[in-house]
Write a new protein. Structure first.
Length: 327
């Protein structure tokens, strides 16, 4: 993705935000999904996932959909979006994860070392970091790159000792093609392609040096119906509902029974509504939340409609896309 040129005070802000990136509510991405900072051609958005105590900044539609899938998976203990990849070595990302006991982690090498290793220093750019105090000179530096999403992986036993880096594009083919530009000569086009491949190679090796696997994901790899279902579920997953514990239990049991019987969920809601006083919208939200939490396993590759029978799950999406979560 083409990002806005980061210079001057904006560059200093980025380094301040990313001085020691945490995994808690205080984390700030290098680039915010705001009009001032997001790429001009992007479709930036801000998510509010329940697993985080902060807002999550996405700079594209693919990032939004794939982030939602990551939150749905419940595989992760934390996320850092738009993380800076500086030219100099920095500590391993998990050094600031409180639950990580073993702090003897490999460092991130810095983009300069990797660029020199693969013979691609030509893809690095320089800029000036303004002085913090009056009278001091600005510092000439190599401009950082930025990754899309870095996840902290939660193991089955609850421990956290690995990360995985998701590099995200509109299409899988985009990882070998330069961003759309004005018509240029054949030689220039070939040069742009080489730079694009070098840039993604650099990101992969940069993380690999610290034992972090990079997964290159195109939105076209994620089933369209599945991702739209997740978007709908995500929109309801944090909504407060006014159903008591007993009513929630009754609804959950009936939803599970009628899922196998092929009865529309709305009929369940209307039937219980005749005997209990509750908001129909709360019951519908509760249904979506059960599905989001994977407590009611339905076919997410078919459109979810409350007035039509839901289909039992035949394909577990976490198994279908299991390789994306393998650290």
């Amino acid at each position: 993705m083409t990002r806005k040129l980061i210079t001057g005070n904006r560059l200093r802000t980025v380094f301040k935000r990313q001085k020691s990136p945490t995994w808690d509510k205080n984390y700030l991405p290098s680039i915010l999904a705001t009009r001032e900072e997001a790429p001009d051609i992007s479709r930036a958005s801000i998510l509010t996932p329940g697993m985080l105590e902060r807002r999550f900044h996405c700079l594209s539609e693919p990032e939004k959909y794939l982030s939602i899938f990551g939150f749905y998976s419940q595989r992760f203990a934390g996320a850092q979006e738009q993380r800076m990849m500086p030219a100099h070595p920095t500590p391993h990302p998990l050094c600031t994860m409180p639950t990580v006991i073993d702090k003897r982690l490999p460092v991130l090498p810095g983009t300069l070392a990797i660029a020199e290793k693969i013979g691609a220093t030509n893809i690095l750019s320089t800029g000036s970091l303004p002085a913090e105090n009056e009278g001091e000179e600005s510092l000439k530096i190599i401009l950082p790159f930025f990754s899309d999403i870095l996840w902290a992986i939660r193991e089955p036993d609850g421990s956290v000792n690995k990360c995985i880096n998701w590099n995200i594009k509109d299409e899988q083919d985009a990882f070998s093609l330069p961003a759309p530009q004005r018509r240029r000569g054949k030689a220039s086009a070939e040069s742009d392609t080489d730079r694009t491949i070098a840039r993604h190679t650099l990101e992969r090796l940069y993380h690999e040096e610290a034992g972090i696997r990079t997964v290159q994901l195109g939105l076209d790899q994620l089933d369209e119906t599945f991702r739209e279902n997740l978007r709908r579920l995500f929109g309801q997953h944090r909504r407060k509902i006014g159903l008591d514990e007993q009513l929630q239990g009754a609804l959950k049991e009936r939803f599970a029974t009628t899922l196998q019987a092929g009865v529309p969920p709305f009929e369940v809601i209307l039937d219980l509504k005749r005997r209990h006083q509750f908001d129909i919208h709360d019951a519908r939200t509760f249904l979506w939340q059960l599905i989001w939490r994977r407590e009611l396993r339905v076919d997410l590759f078919s459109t979810l409609l409350i007035d039509r029978p839901l289909k039992p799950e035949t394909i577990d999406p976490l198994k279908k896309y299991a390789d994306w979560f393998r650290g």
